[in-house]
Write a protein that binds this ligand. Structure first.
Ligand SMILES: [Zn+2]
Length: 499
């Protein structure tokens, strides 16, 4: 057993809705599960918050001396267009849309997802199980539920009877009576309760599914919730410490995972449920990619380093809904660049330090800052405050060069924003590289024009600001909008070419 150090870790548990002291079931070792993506489309930058958040949790645990086993699943079957059992399988739909096989779809989007996580410096999870590799386990799980009397069979498949679970909906604090009255969707014939959900979806008699398996309930495919219960228990043991995901999972997906898992075990399952809030992209969608939303690669094309986005994310608490704006991202980049300028040279070649290792090297004001970091990060992972403390550290004349370097190494272990290996120009490249291709400028101008026509001047202004940051000056004239490259930028670019 390893030594766990620092302040007690307190985390906001959705189960109970309060800040609770976290202690793992097994001393010194934490087993954690994160609900991963459904790989039928690109994950936009808002989706990526869930993984940076899970990574922060893991980093903090490891920093404090825990060993962490982290499982993140890849959903490549079973997630329907609605989280309830309505609609079609997202993978099958994407396959028709893109005219590629479901397997190609899953492989492509999984690949991009993994690359994005790497760019954001997420520590690779211990395991990445894929749903389609675990259908056998899911069938075995559903059979146990059926044997215990929790399931019933309909023509549409095998359903979980939520009325058999007295505390069904405890995670979401569901108002079941309101739900029954308010259920608008036409119920599945034979479904006993509106909240009942499919464990197994039988293939329609007259159609062939793109992905289907044999089962005791006929040919079909597993329900979405089943995979997380079956795979988490397989790799982490029947009971493990913490389960994470986005807040959108609370009312249905996680509620149903809990119901079926506690029915399966005959007792409580996972004690800690942590959920991150959304990143709101409403204001910043002008630079759309094909999927109609913002991807990490879109930020990169606008000249932003992926870690500037990580820095932006860590700048607000994971439980706060946060608006993404280009201005906000720019602010994060400027702040990070200043930090890197102050840390430069002192830190190059260092490795991240755990709390324990940093504590051995620090005394006086340096030690006090280390404890301050531990205190804010142990209070529900307050990364925003950790960044604020880091800024203080970097400006404090009483912190000597060696202490500053050790502190940077400790902060980096928790935050992973590139403090030890990036130079300021990595985070904010010289303007020449930011210059957009003329086609991109035209594209942005036409999006701006469209925004103005709609009367959406906030977006129009934001596009103009973005162009300006990128060195393009925009002027509205009676004859229309004209643009030119700002002279200073042109000169700097030319100067660098000569150098
Ligand atoms: Zn899940």
């Amino acid at each position: 057993m390893r030594l766990v150090v620092g302040a007690p870790l307190r985390l906001f548990n959705t189960l109970g809705r309060d800040l609770q002291e976290f202690t793992p079931l097994e001393p010194g070792r934490v087993r954690a599960y994160t609900c991963g993506p459904t790989v039928y489309a690109y994950q936009h930058i808002g989706n990526l918050r869930a993984y940076v958040f899970a990574d922060t949790l893991r980093r903090v645990l490891e920093w404090k001396g825990y060993e962490v086993v982290h499982v993140l699943n890849i959903t490549d079957v079973g997630h329907l267009t609605s989280d309830m059992d309505e609609g079609e399988d997202k993978l099958e739909l994407a396959s028709q849309r893109e005219d590629r096989s479901v397997w190609e779809i899953a492989a492509h989007y999984t690949d991009v997802f993994l690359r994005d996580l790497e760019k954001l410096r997420m520590r690779p999870p211990t395991l990445w199980p894929q749903a389609t590799d675990h259908v056998e386990e899911m069938i075995a799980f559903a059979r146990v539920l059926e044997e215990k009397g929790y399931a019933y069979e309909l023509e549409a498949g095998l359903y979980f009877d939520t009325a058999k679970v007295p505390d069904y909906g405890k995670l979401a604090l569901l108002d079941l009576e309101g739900l029954q009255e308010g259920a608008r969707v036409a119920p599945m014939p034979g479904k006993r309760n509106p909240t009942d959900f499919a464990l197994w979806r039988a293939s329609p008699k007259d159609a062939v599914r793109l992905m289907e398996w044999d089962s005791p309930w006929g040919k079909g495919a597993p329900g979405w919730h089943l995979e997380c219960s079956a795979m988490s228990m397989k790799y982490l043991g029947e009971r493990f410490d913490v389960h994470t995901g986005g807040v959108d999972h609370i009312p249905i997906h996680h509620t149903n995972e809990i119901a079926q898992s506690e029915a399966y075990l005959g007792g409580p399952w996972v004690p800690f449920w942590l959920h991150n809030e959304f990143i709101n992209l409403r204001q910043a969608k002008m630079s759309k990619s094909k999927g109609g939303t913002l991807l990490l690669s879109d930020l990169e094309r606008q000249g932003f380093h992926p870690l500037a986005y990580r820095f932006f994310l860590l700048g607000s608490h994971y439980r706060n809904q946060t608006e993404f704006t280009w201005r906000g991202l720019e602010g994060a980049r400027v702040a990070e660049r200043r930090l890197l300028e102050r840390l430069r040279e002192r830190v190059s070649g260092r490795e991240p330090l755990t709390y324990e290792d940093a504590a051995k090297r620090l005394g006086g004001p340096g030690r006090r800052y280390l404890e301050r970091l531990d205190e804010v990060i142990s209070t529900d992972l307050n990364t925003a405050q950790a960044l604020a403390v880091l800024t203080q550290v970097s400006r404090d004349p009483e912190v000597g060069a060696e202490d500053l370097a050790n502190l940077a190494a400790a902060f980096e272990a928790v935050l992973a924003v590139g403090l030890l290996d990036l130079v300021p120009d990595d985070i904010e490249p010289p303007a020449r590289e930011l210059l957009l291709a003329p086609d991109d400028v035209d594209q942005l101008l036409s999006e701006r024009e469209e925004a103005r026509r709609r009367g959406d001047f906030a977006t129009a202004d934001e596009i103009r600001d973005m162009l300006e940051r990128l060195g393009v000056e925009v002027r509205d004239t009676p004859e229309g909008t004209v643009w030119k490259v700002r002279p200073a930028v042109a000169a700097r670019a030319a100067g660098e070419d000569e150098a």
